[in-house]
Design a protein around this ligand. Structure first.
Ligand SMILES: [Zn+2]
Ligand SMILES: [Zn+2]
Length: 697
């Protein structure tokens, strides 16, 4: 069963009640959360229940050897994460036999986080888990909890491979929320190609936060990084101090604003939460660390600096406002980016619309292969097991046998290597050996990044934000597989830029679109990160473009692409339109808008546009999945193409800049320095493709 309802609607209670009665009945419970912090919070709530029969424990990377032994033997409520399940619990299933035998329920909390490639890995881990349970004779119930999502039952079925009932009615009491969409004004500052820049969302947030706090409104402001949280809190305090001096506001007012972030100790967080509930604190600037279940609710207003990526997260953040069923205020403040621009001009894209479906593709062979190896090393695979892993299994298995990874015998498939099969799957990345991200001064491992993303996110000189904390990359050493970082507070942010070539391997599906054609298929992408841009954090002003020396890499993935025949574009060229610039501008904006339809990040996808592509012989614009084998995003773009490209055109049309800016057609990751771009041309080109009268905006 999946429960998909809003923030503070009592989801935890709905799985705790059956879980505890199973425990009292002698059963065991496995609880999975996407983060350690959430598991720790759950453990604390379980402790407060004071049930003597309950022996709950978290089992994660920090659990000591002695504790592990105790947990295996005695715990009846184990809180862990998919990574531990993949690396430890499943491969060592024999040590956990008593636990599996009595397993009655598997709680998958905050499961909307399991999307894209990561979600596809988790889906296969859950299939391995089901197989292990079956081996020990248990048939646990899956109970999934999620933020509101569209078609949660379908998602839950893809995630677990089982038929799922869905609960979506939210009957918790709630007042009315007034929702404001806020677009910061253009400033005199100039960016790339002399484009005008908007006032940053964080500066606007600080203004609004001080207005609200001085009016005694309890407000939470969501920002992207820990540093931004601190700077918003500081700026707000300074504004309030001015009010104290200028108009005699109460002297304690500036002290009622603070920053809150992941990484604080539990006691500090509790203290802030309490101060906010009691009204000792009126304003809190925070990263989205709060988004995952931590208990801060009952506020009067919420400010959201920048589109949080999905309608689901937007409602989750906005849902923090509304004390005891009272009315509340939520404000979305647009950042300088095409999607944010589109949204603040198109409230109908946000309100009265279902939230996103969560996209994942468990059949991706690059994901399935490693998990079949892991499963075979847990218990050899037999023909009876194939069904559980999905329709692509047979073909992927023969590939694994051909590559010598698995051995096929009369009874099934075997893992005979001495290596650990689980090392083949990098579940938080996209294949290839992951790059270790290490803090230089302390040797602390901050995390891992898969190799393709490393070129973009932890190249030498990059500003890297980890759980809201800001670092500078001193060196990316690809051979050693490590990126060395130092904590820092640079005055700028960085954006890697790449140049890309694409070739069509095969068009899998296609249909006519206006005078042109739309395709979905397999492609090979060769891309090279060539430089990075530095932009001033406070204003977005361009500070420089630094060259980088990184090798090109190739990626086999899925793409959606559209073409227009010469007959459709010749009249445009005759009108003096720059076709290359028009296609390029349309590509950038469409990459910016795809996350609205495919629940991805704009960094998960890439694009190529050309006036004449050698494989199609036509003007072509490609948008591809940035992960080996694809992650379902391009496919989603193909199936929603008309809505997606219409929204793209509207985003460009609704930006009031003259020749293009970061809010419409410029892209921070463009390897060509945002050249050439033709804003008016993109509007005409898309109008032709979508068969829209070009005079209509
Ligand atoms: Zn613009
Ligand atoms: Zn570009």
């Amino acid at each position: 069963m999946i429960i998909a309802t809003g923030t503070a609607s009592g989801k935890s209670l709905s799985y705790l009640v059956p879980a505890l009665s199973a425990v009292l009945d002698g059963g065991t419970i496995l609880y999975l959360s996407p983060t350690k912090a959430l598991a720790a919070d759950q453990l604390r709530s379980l402790g407060e229940l004071d049930v003597p029969e309950l022996r709950a424990a978290t089992f994660d990377g920090d659990t000591s050897f002695e504790e592990r032994a105790w947990i295996r033997r005695h715990a009846n409520y184990v809180l862990t994460n998919p990574d531990m399940l993949h690396r430890t619990l499943l491969p060592r299933h024999t040590q956990w036999s008593a636990f599996w035998r009595r397993l009655r329920m598997i709680v998958v909390d905050e499961c909307h986080g399991y999307r894209g490639v990561f979600g596809s890995h988790v889906a296969q881990i859950l299939r391995r888990l089901r197989r292990i349970c079956a081996r020990y004779g248990s048939r646990p119930t899956f109970l999934l909890s999620s933020a509101t999502a569209s078609e949660p039952g379908t998602f839950a079925m893809r995630l677990t491979g089982l038929q799922m009932a869905e609960v979506t009615t939210d009957a918790s009491p709630r007042g009315a929320t007034t929702f404001a969409l806020w677009e910061p004004p253009l400033t005199d500052l100039r960016g790339e190609g002399g484009a005008p820049l908007r006032r940053p969302a964080t500066s606007e947030s600080a203004d609004l936060l001080s207005d609200l706090v001085s009016a005694d409104v309890r407000t939470l402001a969501f920002v992207r990084s820990r540093r931004a949280a601190e700077s918003v809190a500081l700026t707000t305090r300074a504004r309030l101090q001015d009010l104290v001096v200028d108009v005699g506001a109460p002297a304690e007012l500036p002290g009622k604003v603070a920053a809150y972030r992941a990484g604080y100790l539990a006691e500090d967080r509790r203290k802030l939460e309490k101060a906010l509930r009691s009204g000792d604190l009126l304003g809190l600037a925070t990263t989205n660390a709060l988004e995952l279940g931590v208990d801060v609710s009952g506020l009067d207003a919420v400010l959201i600096a920048g589109w949080p990526g999905t309608r689901a997260s937007l409602w989750q953040q906005a849902g923090r406002a509304g004390r005891d069923g009272q009315d509340a205020l939520a404000v979305l403040i647009a950042r300088d980016d095409p999607l944010d621009t589109y949204l603040v001009h198109h409230p109908e894209a946000l309100f009265g619309r279902p939230v996103e479906a969560i996209v994942l593709d468990p059949d991706n062979p690059y994901v399935l292969g490693p998990h079949l190896c892991a499963a075979a090393s847990e218990i050899p695979l037999t023909p009876d097991d194939l069904e559980i892993f999905g329709p692509a299994t047979k073909e992927v298995l023969s590939g694994l046998v051909e590559d010598g990874l698995l051995r096929e015998r009369a009874t099934g498939w075997f893992w005979t290597s001495r290596e650990r099969a689980t090392d083949l799957a990098d579940i938080r990345g996209a294949g290839g050996a992951p790059i270790q991200v290490v803090e230089m001064s302390t040797g602390r491992l901050l995390g891992t990044v898969d190799e393709p993303s490393a070129h973009m996110s932890v190249h030498t000189g990059a500003v890297y934000v980890h759980q809201g904390e800001t670092f500078l990359v001193a060196e990316l050493d690809l051979e050693a597989g490590v990126a060395l970082l130092e904590a820092g507070t640079p005055e700028y942010t960085t954006f890697a830029r790449d140049v890309t070539d694409i070739s069509v391997i095969e068009s899998l599906r296609s249909h006519p679109l206006g005078p042109g054609e739309l395709h979905f298929g397999s492609v090979e992408v060769t891309s090279q990160v060539v430089s990075y841009l530095k932009r001033r954090a406070q204003s977005g002003e361009l500070l420089g473009d630094e060259p980088l020396d990184l090798p090109p890499r190739t990626l086999r993935t899925r793409a959606v692409w559209w073409t227009l025949p010469a007959s459709a574009i010749t009249p445009l060229a005759e009108d003096g339109l720059d076709l290359g610039g028009a296609a390029h501008a349309a590509e950038h904006a469409s990459i910016g808008l795809l996350p609205l339809f495919a629940t991805c990040d704009r960094w998960d996808i890439g694009g190529v546009s050309t006036e004449l592509h050698p494989d199609t012989g036509l003007l072509t614009v490609f948008v591809y999945d940035g992960h080996e084998g694809g992650a379902g995003f391009a496919e989603r773009g193909y199936s929603r193409a008309l809505d997606w490209l219409t929204a793209t055109r509207e985003a460009i049309a609704s930006c009031e800049c003259e020749r293009g800016c970061p809010s419409c057609i410029q892209s921070p990751k463009c390897g060509n320095g945002n050249e050439p771009l033709d804003k008016a041309g993109a509007l005409r080109l898309l109008a032709v493709l979508l068969s829209i009268d070009p005079c209509e905006v």
